[in-house]
Design a binder for this molecule. Structure first.
Ligand SMILES: *[C@@H]1O[C@H](CO)[C@@H](O)[C@H](O)[C@H]1NC(C)=O
Ligand SMILES: *[C@@H]1O[C@H](CO)[C@@H](O)[C@H](O)[C@H]1NC(C)=O
Ligand SMILES: *[C@@H]1O[C@H](CO)[C@@H](O)[C@H](O)[C@H]1NC(C)=O
Ligand SMILES: *[C@@H]1O[C@H](CO)[C@@H](O)[C@H](O)[C@H]1NC(C)=O
Ligand SMILES: *[C@@H]1O[C@H](CO)[C@@H](O)[C@H](O)[C@H]1NC(C)=O
Ligand SMILES: CC(=O)N[C@H]1CO[C@H](CO)[C@@H](O)[C@@H]1O
Length: 495
């Protein structure tokens, strides 16, 4: 008996040491993030970051930040997260939405943001990777600037090449369920990349990726459905009158994405005038209308205003417009998407605050710690890059969604219901247009014993979900509710 126990122990020890050898040989130690300026606590899980070269000749490099699950990294899903733009860094998601930390603007000038643990980090239940894509965005770069001329399909091919290399570098994650997620313009990145992954697997590309499904938040999908979304949204939310809604619907024959005729144009202009001064990323939020931040005194706002859309995080003053999403209340059209600098020239309502992220990610010690190139080599980190010339060349996403869901991949299409940039009315309409059988009829879903929004479940594992009171960047506004729906979706349970 003693002999048996002893031998079992020896065997277990051997097994452990061989596993240990595999791990040390795989996850590259040089990518490990060991400390972060501004954070003095202990990391709840391992973090890795660095570059993956996808074209040696061009010196084309994509940068990632990978957070291991705080639960069971060897079993939990691996989820890729992509912010939109096109041209916005996925570190937006890391800093402002569902990353492992919350960032606090320092009281003193020139000091680093304070970094605390985020109790609602998506790394509580998944391994999650933030990828700066395409090259030219965030910390990703190429030595050949011609790579900054890109588009939907090229971006998908490059991100796929990145994934293949990354899973080779981290083979211990190859068997975990793999999901792709993103928001806003990533409504295009996610299904196009998913489609590349599925085709790659079909064609026997190695390593095979254990792809299971995807999530899209306030994502663009289709010119017609997204373009028709604003007027019914504005009406339903009480932003325009019944009469204007009726007149506009009549004048435009119910179709607002492709304005025909003077009468229709006049009516839509009236709608735009009514909603123009709202914060388009969350109609409940205050919006900064001046040119200098010091003139904007948060305390001068009624407290009821500040309480709306309240989360445990402090509501940021929305200052700079470098937003997280094309379109600016306009559907995505085929062809070249305007650059951020071009958009800024016409924008009168700047509502996005990127100060914490900009200060932290441009600090030389932070860049060193997260294995990003120095500013002297690749320039400053910007929330959204103006370097790209980007073509929307993938058309409507509806056929992609249809193919993916009919092939058995799970899809969660979620919307912060107070976002006016990509309103839920568009996502609701296109998901319904697929014509799948309703298997879980429209009902409230619950988080923390409260109604957190509404959901409608379709056949073929397609779920549409709203998050009540959330804006464009859902987890930024509703972190707790977001971790709830995210965990339930990944676990395959009812939301
Ligand atoms: C902080 O910096 C800004 C701009 O550089 C300056 O206007 C402001 O007076 C400074 N505040 C303090 C407290 O030093
Ligand atoms: C950059 O790439 C383009 C396209 O592959 C190529 O024609 C060009 O020669 C390259 N430029 C440099 C400086 O290598
Ligand atoms: C709606 O149309 C009617 C008839 O053309 C017009 O009299 C009315 O002023 C319009 N109302 C609004 C709010 O545009
Ligand atoms: C209005 O739209 C309907 C279908 O939605 C179409 O059949 C009709 O021809 C359109 N009318 C005009 C005047 O464009
Ligand atoms: C969808 O599937 C059809 C049939 O397999 C195929 O012809 C088409 O190219 C696919 N479209 C996309 C966008 O994946
Ligand atoms: C995991 C899951 O929900 N699978 C379902 C996907 O959709 C098909 C067809 O509607 C169902 O049969 C599966 O049970």
């Amino acid at each position: 008996m003693v002999w048996l126990v002893k031998n079992v122990l020896v065997f277990v020890t051997l097994l452990l040491s061989s596993v240990f050898v595999i791990i040390t040989e795989s996850a590259p130690e040089s990518a490990l993030v060991t400390k972060l300026p501004g954070f003095d606590g202990t990391f709840p899980s391992k973090h890795y970051s660095g570059y993956v070269t996808i074209d040696k000749e061009h010196g084309k490099n994509l940068w990632y930040y990978f957070v291991e699950s705080e639960k069971n990294p060897s079993k939990d899903p691996v989820v890729l997260w992509l912010n939109g733009g096109p041209g916005c860094s996925s570190m937006d998601g890391f800093v402002y939405e569902h990353g492992p930390f919350n960032f606090e603007l320092p009281k003193k000038n020139n000091s680093l943001p304070l970094v605390h643990l985020n109790p609602y980090s998506w790394s509580k239940v998944s391994n999650i990777m933030y990828l700066d894509s395409p090259v030219g965005v965030g910390f990703s770069y190429s030595n050949n600037k011609s790579d900054y001329n890109t588009g939907d399909m090229k971006t998908a091919v490059d991100s796929h090449a990145f994934l293949l290399k990354w899973f080779q570098m981290f083979p211990e994650f190859q068997s975990n369920p793999f999901f792709i997620s993103g928001e806003s313009y990533a409504g295009v990145y996610v299904p196009t990349l998913a489609s590349e992954v599925v085709n790659g697997n079909k064609n026997g590309v190695k390593p095979a990726l254990n792809f299971k499904g995807y999530l899209v938040g306030n994502g663009v999908a289709d010119l017609m459905y997204d373009g028709n979304a604003l007027v019914p949204f504005a009406h339903g939310m009480g932003l325009i009158s019944d009469e204007l809604f009726e007149n506009a619907t009549k004048a435009c024959n119910g179709s607002f994405y492709d304005i025909k005729g003077r009468e229709c144009e006049e009516q839509v202009t009236k709608v735009n005038d009514d909603v123009d001064r709202l914060n388009m990323y969350n109609i409940l939020e205050p919006c900064y209308h001046g040119t200098s931040l010091s003139a904007f005194d948060l305390r001068s706002l009624p407290s009821s205003f500040l309480q709306l859309g309240k989360t445990e995080k402090r509501l940021a003053i929305r200052k700079r417009m470098f937003g997280r999403a094309w379109p600016v209340r306009a559907p995505v059209r085929p062809g070249i998407v305007p650059r951020w600098s071009q958009l800024l020239a016409d924008i009168t309502v700047p509502c996005i605050d990127d100060r914490v992220a900009t200060a932290w990610l441009n600090d030389p010690a932070v860049r060193k710690a997260i294995h990003a190139k120095e500013e002297s080599e690749i320039g400053r980190w910007e929330l959204c890059s103006g370097k790209l010339s980007f073509e929307h060349d993938a058309g409507s996403m509806i056929t992609f969604h249809r193919n993916l869901t009919l092939s058995g991949y799970k899809a969660l299409i979620y919307s912060g219901d107070h976002d006016m940039c990509v309103p839920f009315t568009g996502s609701q309409a296109w998901t319904r247009s697929l014509g799948y059988k309703v298997i879980d009829e429209w009902r409230p879903w619950i988080s923390n014993n409260q109604v957190a929004g509404y959901t409608q479940g379709y056949a073929n594992n397609l779920t549409f979900l709203t998050i009540k009171g959330a804006g464009h960047t859902v987890p930024e506004y509703k972190p707790r509710e977001s971790l709830d729906f995210y965990s339930r979706f990944l676990a395959g349970s009812m939301i």
